[in-house]
Design a protein around this ligand. Structure first.
Ligand code: 5GP
Length: 185
């Protein structure tokens, strides 16, 4: 039985991963799609579980062979979702969530109109700015670049089906459960 595909995007620093994790803990029948990336594994990340880690050449070959449902460049690395992987999961009747960037999400929608696009937004741009500055990990130029990227993402998010404002984790998870509950087939 074919299931629906849920695509979740959100600006970095917005806590999108925490919302998704909270949702998956309470709804174990959903699985998170595993993407391909050219970025190096972070400590503790496992190939095939967190990502399929590909070399630049391997990734380029997949593009040339039209193997991606979508792909995008993000912060100097490439990320993509394999068509075959998604088709197999849906054919097996799996409830699938894709956590990908906004460029990739819009590409998915172009090809699969039934996909549901959900954007997790910061309460306001100034809240996000404060969070980024509060980390004290990036210099001013990097913070400005991140904020410009966020503005671009917010523009793309206008074409999403739903927007969740992450001002409270529990409320955001409940809202995600409601959207998915209302649109489930
Ligand atoms: P990270 O390197 O922190 O794991 O991910 C960086 C960004 O890449 C995040 O915004 C994440 O949602 C996005 N991303 C992860 N996998 C994919 C993918 O398959 N396609 C696209 N377009 N973006 C992805």
């Amino acid at each position: 039985m074919n299931k629906k595909l849920y695509v979740i995007s959100g600006s970095s620093g917005v806590g999108k991963g925490t919302v998704i994790k909270g949702f998956l803990n309470r709804n174990p029948e959903f699985i998170l799609s595993v993407s391909c990336t050219t970025r190096l594994p972070r400590e503790g990340e496992v190939d095939g579980k967190n990502y399929f880690f590909l070399s630049k050449e391997e990734f380029q070959n997949c593009i040339d062979e039209n193997k991606f449902l979508e792909w995008a460049e993000f912060a100097g690395n490439r990320y993509g979702t394999k068509k075959k992987y998604i088709e197999q999961c849906l054919e097996e009747g799996k409830n699938l969530i894709l956590e990908i960037d906004t460029q990739g999400a819009l590409q998915v929608k172009e090809q699969m109109k039934e996909a549901v696009l959900i954007f997790i937004a910061p309460p306001s741009l100034s809240t996000l700015e404060n969070r980024l500055r509060g980390r004290h990990t990036e210099d001013e130029a990097t913070i400005q670049k991140r904020l410009d990227e966020v503005k671009e993402e917010l523009k793309r998010a206008e074409n999403f089906d739903y927007k969740i404002i992450n001002d409270d984790l529990e409320r955001a998870i409940c809202e995600l459960e409601k959207i998915i509950g209302d649109t489930k087939c």
